[in-house]
Ligand binder design. Structure first.
Ligand code: GDP
Length: 296
């Protein structure tokens, strides 16, 4: 809960300044609220939708004072988060394949390490595929995580063909009876075309070995980058079949509103949130808890 304190301060702090002790709500109040939500990174589309709903509730005389409006705002945000919410369910497919995508620096490797720790902790056999062959550091970092959490790893030399890594990893996973195969992919700043090409190539190799894979395509976004995270969500959603999102660095960021925007505007389920650098700082996303922490 403390991890959302910055977001709480910036969003709810301003909402409270606007609403606390207000005896009557009018459209001007809603206009000011609209501005707060937009600057708090909830996204224009989601904000407009929220304000429109609150206007209707105002007309129905449901919002007598500031406290009632704040309660209604909380309810409506929660509804929108629940609408697309779905936790990541790792089925007993062997292997269950999670492909992890996102640009450099968002916390992709760290998230993979945390996920590996989570599944290894559940007694699952985990294999990591270091298919980001463009940065030697990426494979090394992944190897450190693998050792730490007791996962296997397949890595090639720097500059190797990512598809070859995926091919070897699939073969190894099948041969060893791996439960969860997590594939790290290159995170160079992408254009839509080369992103699609890269995904297609990896997928082609993957589906030859594991026909119904990947079972999850997880997009990692850095919440602290605000609107940048939103444009990455748009690009990746168009170029790859994203099935879930991880929002990292919510601790210390005031931009937690981005969670609502990603969920509602892009209809993408937020699977996990990152709230710190250590291994236990990856939480399964829970909309009710999230909104409670935000509005506490
Ligand atoms: P990658 O380039 O996407 O693989 O990013 P890394 O996994 O190397 O992470 C970049 C930096 O962000 C590292 O210093 C991580 O420790 C840090 N990081 C990752 N996730 C989180 C998070 O949820 N909270 C915080 N505070 N830092 C994070």
């Amino acid at each position: 809960k403390r991890s959302l304190s910055k977001t709480h301060e910036t969003i709810i702090g301003r909402v409270d300044t606007l609403l606390l002790g207000k005896k009557q709500i009018d459209t001007d109040t809603l206009e000011e609220l609209e501005e707060i939500l937009i600057t708090a990174d909830l996204g224009v589309k989601t904000t407009v939708d929220l304000i429109r709903t609150l206007e209707q509730r105002l007309k129905r005389d449901e919002l007598q004072d500031g406290a009632a409006l704040k309660r209604a705002l909380k309810e409506e945000i929660q509804l929108r988060l629940l609408e697309h919410h779905a936790p990541l369910v790792v089925t007993d497919k062997k292997p269950f394949v999670i492909m992890v995508i996102g640009v450099n620096g968002v916390g992709k490797t760290t998230t993979i390490g945390k996920l590996a720790a989570r599944y290894a902790g559940e007694g699952k056999k985990v294999l990591l595929a270091a298919a980001d062959t463009f940065r030697a550091a990426a494979a090394e970092q992944l190897e450190t995580w693998a050792k730490r959490v007791g996962a296997d790893i397949v890595r090639h030399k720097e500059g190797a063909d990512p598809s070859a890594v995926v091919f070897d990893a699939c073969k190894a996973a099948i041969a060893r009876g791996t439960d969860v195969l997590i594939i790290d992919t290159a995170g160079r700043m992408h254009t839509k075309v080369n992103l699609m090409e890269e995904m297609k190539k990896i997928r082609r190799v993957l589906t030859r070995e594991i026909p119904d894979g990947p079972h999850e395509t997880l997009l990692v976004l850095d919440a602290a980058t605000g609107q940048n995270a939103l444009s990455q969500a748009k690009l990746f959603k168009e170029a790859a079949d994203v099935t879930g999102v991880v929002l990292t660095k919510l601790d210390g960021s005031a931009k937690g509103g981005i969670v609502v925007a990603v969920c509602h505007e892009y209809a993408l389920p937020v699977r996990f949130i990152g709230v710190g650098e250590s291994v236990e700082d990856l939480r399964a996303f829970d909309p009710v808890q999230f909104v409670d922490a935000l509005f506490q």
